[in-house]
Design a protein around this ligand. Structure first.
Ligand code: ZN
Ligand code: ZN
Length: 139
């Protein structure tokens, strides 16, 4: 199925065509910092299956536990986080699901970095949980 999305101001438009996309939730501190939220829900999408309209800015986040750079894309006008690309999986975009129009079918498959999960967040739907890096495999 096709999923569409956009940032708060509409400058950035996203279109995803990936039936294998899965929802991964990241509780790491850096995702909390970028999103301003307790956690970041990401749809893992093959980069080839994501088309991006507009002109997102990006921040090279190199202050990571692994030492590998995480490229964080966002809207320079309204500040919405858009997606993330990690060095270990350079062909995958992790799209912030808050931007998407179609989300009713999504259920988390993986929760990562639960060591920094906010105490009030309860994981109730099952799925794999990792204390730290979920070992995102390159596609
Ligand atoms: Zn925007
Ligand atoms: Zn994270």
């Amino acid at each position: 199925m096709e999923r569409t999305g956009q940032c708060l101001c509409g400058q950035i438009k996203l279109t995803i065509n990936d039936d294998n996309a899965e929802l991964d939730v990241c509780h790491c501190k850096n995702c909390q910092l970028q999103s301003g939220s307790a956690y970041a829900p990401f749809l893992a999408v093959a980069l080839d299956n994501l088309s991006v309209g507009g002109d997102p800015k990006s921040f090279a986040d190199s202050d990571t536990v692994s030492g590998r750079t995480v490229r964080r894309y966002f809207c320079g006008d309204c500040g919405s986080p858009a997606y993330v690309v990690v060095e270990r999986a350079p062909n995958t975009a992790y799209v912030f699901t808050g931007l998407l129009d179609q989300t009713s079918d999504l259920r988390p498959k993986v929760h990562g970095w639960t060591t920094t999960k906010h105490a009030w967040v309860e994981i109730t739907e099952g799925g794999l949980q990792y204390d730290m890096d979920p070992g995102l495999s390159p596609r």
